[in-house]
Design a protein around this ligand. Structure first.
Ligand SMILES: Cc1cc2nc3c(=O)[nH]c(=O)nc-3n(C[C@H](O)[C@H](O)[C@H](O)COP(=O)(O)O)c2cc1C
Length: 286
């Protein structure tokens, strides 16, 4: 199945059918609305797919400047900017980080690996320099702020890079061995690698399609939360099975896969000891 064709398929409805499956229909309150072309920003977002195979093509010279500007343009809690990013091009360092992240080959093969850091260390340093106690940094709240800031910066980066025709894949495997990753990147105390992001031009020989998401009605609640219906989940299982068939992947029900993923600590690839690792890295988490 071809990816989205920029000339013919960039109407909102065409993109919605890729995002939610062929049986998607407009909400009744949108009936009659023109099937207009989407704007570039929304089009880039709706066409997102993770890229794990990269072309042998150099990245633009100024890519790090673009990444920094896009990432730093994200909102940030109280303008604290409690995040950092480490850009890695060195093949040996990438290979070591790939090993720490569950031996994911695409981490080693990507021309560029970004590691997004929840970074309270800078606030600690400037707080110390002001002879302030910085006790607020010892709370779970500060850690959450830093993780959220790092995530907003990363997602801005993804949208920016995809708008330039580059592909990305988040690497949560970077949390499998937080201390080893921190050592590899020379992170100071109170700095934690939340996830990696591989970056490169997609390999044109490897077509990756848009992965459908849950029906919007499952995640979008109006006025009050209402748990999803079994029928909506069954619809999504069927949509994912259709996607897997087209991708020539093994067919699994999403509901079965998702519940298997959260079945217990043995499925967390070492991340069941995350609280202990974070304390070792200097976070108070009170
Ligand atoms: C925080 C985060 C961590 C992820 N970690 C990995 C990873 O370690 N390896 C990988 O191949 N994909 C990883 N992914 C990619 C997801 O599997 C992917 O986003 C999801 O299956 C939806 O597919 P799509 O991005 O193509 O729409 C991660 C995604 C996120 C948001």
């Amino acid at each position: 199945m071809a990816g989205v064709d920029a000339t013919e398929s960039d109407t909102l409805y065409a993109l919605m059918r890729q995002r939610y499956g062929a049986s998607w229909t407009p909400a009744s309150d949108a009936a009659g609305a023109a099937d207009a072309s989407v704007n570039d920003v929304i089009g880039t977002m709706l066409k997102h797919r993770s890229v794990r195979a990269f072309a042998d093509r150099a990245l633009p010279d100024d890519i790090l400047q673009t990444i920094a500007a896009a990432a730093q343009s994200a909102s940030t809690s109280s303008n604290l900017q409690a995040w950092s990013v480490v850009a890695i091009r060195d093949s040996q360092r990438k290979a070591r980080l790939a090993a720490h992240a569950g031996n994911q080959k695409h981490v080693a093969n990507a021309p560029l690996l970004l590691v997004f850091i929840a970074d309270l260390s800078r606030l600690r340093r400037l707080s110390d320099a002001q002879s302030m106690q910085g006790l607020g940094l010892d709370y779970l709240e500060a850690f959450l702020v830093a993780v959220a800031d790092a995530s907003f910066a990363a997602q801005n980066t993804v949208v920016a890079l995809e708008s330039l025709g580059l592909g990305c894949c988040y690497i949560g495997g970077m949390r499998n061995q937080p201390e080893a990753v921190a050592q590899e990147l020379s992170l100071p105390p109170e700095a934690f690698a939340v996830f990696g992001l591989t970056v490169g031009y997609p390999d044109p020989a490897v077509v990756t399609d848009i992965k459908p998401r849950l029906p919007a009605s499952v995640v979008l609640h109006v006025e009050r939360y209402e748990p999803e219906s079994g029928a909506a989940l069954a619809d999504y299982d069927a949509t994912m099975n259709e996607f897997q068939r087209l991708q020539q992947m093994q067919e699994w029900k999403w509901t079965a896969q998702a519940s298997r993923r959260v079945r217990g600590p043995e499925a967390l690839s070492g991340r069941d000891r995350l609280v202990e690792a974070l304390r070792t890295l200097g976070f108070g988490l009170k």
